[in-house]
Design a binder for this molecule. Structure first.
Ligand SMILES: *Cc1c(COP(=O)(O)O)cnc(C)c1O
Length: 384
């Protein structure tokens, strides 16, 4: 008999009545493209984050890509990216024409190792993309110091880390630009969606134009009641704008961000207490001045002390009707990056070590106490 009758979906978001009513209102209004709700969501996010500019896009991938273009990353440029991240972080560099140069992470925090960054710097290095992994802020003092000494830009990948703070300051505000995701499994959701923040008006202006075909005036102004306005195409731009249907979710999700975080924090503590005695490595504890965004609860299976492999553990959890994730198999182990850049499995020993042991447990604020108890019982049953 499985632990549960009904499958527990990994990373299932909470959608409340307010979002549903807001989407319906947008549909009835006929204004389903980029409109006033996108602007309201941008304004709300700007206030939440504290950056001067916040621009809503259709994904964090788009935010990362346009950040690279805003910085002027070109063919021949190198950008340092952690090996332990999602493909979008590196692909954004590639789509701008640059070369992603991978760097290893620390085993305990899973975040990029500042010393690893320093070793990868060449004459061609232009920027660093730290990823605040699982919601834990990177060592931004060390990374900012490296960037300053080598004259490099920083773009923060905050896909896991909307709420995260390093030494009391929100992540996403340390570098030139910060990129956020509202994908279905992230801490707040718009279905698909992203945001880029910056303090520099020239970056904000360029991203705004690039996000909508390279047109000098955005469409929602063109079709407003202010009268027709001609536009000029000033770049070969992209179609990366967020719509009011997506922003309808965001404007209600953002005010609940702390409530959702508190629920995940509580689940996190229950997991920590329940798994302390098992042959696993728990997520590293927070240090002073740090707010962890509690995005992914990653257990590292101590495979030397266990008879079960990681992949077998994944199968067993699925059989118990519990959805799990793997974040991530490091980039240098994937065929594209191996083939294109000649990476070998042993190049990033810590990222490889994590790739072989990591499992992410359900951490959605939607989980009931019973769901959490089921996850705990299943993990303990399989591992003890
Ligand atoms: C989810 C994610 C992205 C991409 O976000 P999208 O909004 O889906 O494009 C980028 N980086 C990391 C680390 C992510 O987890």
């Amino acid at each position: 008999m499985p632990q549960r009758k009904k499958f527990l979906v990994f990373g299932s978001p909470i959608i409340e009545e307010a979002e549903i009513a807001e989407v319906v209102a947008s549909l009835r209004s006929g204004w389903i493209g980029t409109g006033p709700k996108v602007h309201r969501f941008e304004e709300m996010f700007r206030t939440f984050n504290g950056s001067r500019y916040a621009l809503a896009l259709n994904s964090c991938t788009a935010a990362l890509h346009l950040s690279m273009l805003a910085l002027g990353i070109r063919p021949g440029d190198e950008v340092i990216v952690p090996a332990m991240t999602f493909a979008a972080t590196a692909n954004a560099v590639i789509h701008a024409g640059g070369r992603p140069v991978l760097a290893d992470c620390r085993r305990e925090t899973m975040n990029i190792d500042p010393q690893g960054i320093e070793r990868k710097i060449t004459k061609k290095t232009r920027a660093i993309i730290p990823v605040h992994f699982a919601g834990r802020p990177c060592e931004m003092d060390a990374i900012c110091d490296i960037a300053r000494r080598h004259n490099l830009d920083i773009v923060e990948d905050c896909a896991h880390a909307i709420e995260a703070e390093f030494k009391g300051k929100k992540v996403g505000r340390f570098g030139a630009l910060g990129c956020y995701s509202f994908y279905v499994t992230k801490n707040i959701v718009t279905g698909e969606g992203g945001m880029v923040v910056t303090n520099r008006s020239e970056y904000a202006d360029k991203i705004k134009v690039l996000a909508l075909h390279g047109m000098s005036k955005d469409a929602w102004k063109r079709y407003s009641d202010e009268g027709f306005k001609h536009y000029q195409v000033v770049y070969a731009g992209f179609k990366y704008n967020m719509t009011d249907l997506q922003a309808s979710l965001g404007i209600h999700q953002l005010p609940r961000i702390e409530r959702y975080w508190c629920r995940r924090e509580k689940i996190w503590r229950a997991y920590d207490d329940a798994f302390r005695e098992l042959p696993v490595f728990l997520p590293a504890p927070v240090t002073s001045g740090m707010k962890h965004a509690r995005h992914l609860y990653t257990l590292l299976l101590d495979t030397e002390r266990l008879r079960i492999s990681r992949d077998r553990f994944l199968e067993r959890m699925t059989r118990e009707n519990i959805g799990i994730g793997v974040h991530y198999i490091a980039l240098h182990l994937h065929p594209y990056y191996r083939r294109t850049y000649g990476y070998k499995p042993g190049d990033f020993p810590n990222a490889k070590w994590i790739s072989e042991r990591t499992v992410s447990l359900p951490l959605s604020p939607k989980l009931s106490d019973e769901d959490v108890a089921d996850v705990i019982a299943a993990v303990r049953g399989i591992l003890s």
